[in-house]
Design a protein around this ligand. Structure first.
Ligand code: IPE
Ligand code: IPE
Ligand code: MG
Length: 250
């Protein structure tokens, strides 16, 4: 692995979010610009995820949640869906040694139970293999939809009410939060979306209530260290009020 200069990951003038979300969008456009098939864009996007993990780990991000496949992405042509599934499997076969070297634990969020068995196996094994790694958690949102997550959380509470385990009054913001896919993962402090789209596309709907947003026109496969650093520099200037008053006023 290439050596980094000593101050490459200095946090002077930056604020590194504890929990970061990234919507990895723009692979298709990246490929189109190069007259390549969309699959080449997805491949380049996967390579770039490895870089992002490394950079985030070194900067000191603790939880990195990346949007890799949405519950709506099934509407793409079957050949593209197949290719994305294949790349998903390959990613962990190919890059797990590097994730291990960087101390990165892998977890998955989404409707994992609804995925084909070979994909569920990759998820299970990836989580088991990396469970002891301490530096950062990489959370891969796969077959993820914010609405589905909230719906399933509501169903889980409703089931408990129907069985008499809890009462309707026990349905609170906290109890609903506790039924989300990964309740121990802090809500994202910052969500980055490359490729110019200014929308959330069903990503972390419940969890993003007070996330800061940062968008850039760069297509995901080209989104590198410099832009990540710019995002952290801008994040340092954000005044997160959570409905209250600014620290300066308060
Ligand atoms: C993101 O890139 C990858 C997934 C959604 C799986 P896209 O494939 O959406 O790329 P664009 O938006 O068409 O450029
Ligand atoms: C969001 O990108 C989902 C992922 C990056 C996995 P999309 O390309 O699916 O989003 P839309 O369709 O532009 O909203
Ligand atoms: Mg897209």
């Amino acid at each position: 692995m290439a050596k980094d200069s000593k101050d490459k990951f200095s946090t002077e003038g930056l604020k590194v979010p504890e929990s970061l979300g990234v919507i990895m969008d723009g692979n298709g456009r990246w490929a189109k610009k190069r007259l390549l098939p969309r699959s080449a864009g997805h491949r380049a996007g996967a390579e770039n995820l490895k870089e992002l993990c490394r950079n985030c780990g070194r900067y000191g991000v603790k939880y990195l949640t990346v949007y890799a496949f949405s519950t709506e992405n099934w509407s793409r042509p079957q050949s593209e869906v197949d290719q994305l599934m294949k790349l998903f499997v390959e990613f962990f076969e190919k890059y797990d040694p590097e994730l291990e070297e960087e101390g990165i634990r892998v977890r998955f969020t989404g409707d994992i139970d609804a995925l084909p068995e070979n994909i569920r196996k990759v998820c299970r094994e990836g989580e088991e293999r990396s469970a002891g790694r301490q530096k950062m958690q990489l959370i891969v949102a796969f077959n993820y939809g914010g609405r589905r997550e909230i719906t399933q959380a509501a169903q889980s509470l409703a089931r408990d009410v129907a069985e008499g385990k809890i009462s309707v009054e026990d349905i609170t913001e906290d109890s609903l939060s506790s039924r989300m896919y990964l309740p121990d993962v802090p809500d994202p402090d910052l969500i980055i979306r490359p490729s110019g789209e200014m929308r959330i596309s069903n990503f972390l709907l419940w969890e993003c209530a007070y996330s800061e947003f940062w968008v850039s026109d760069t297509l995901w496969p080209d989104f590198g260290y410099d832009e990540l650093t710019s995002a952290f520099r801008d994040y340092a200037k954000r005044d997160r009020r959570f409905g209250g008053l600014s620290k300066k006023e308060g």
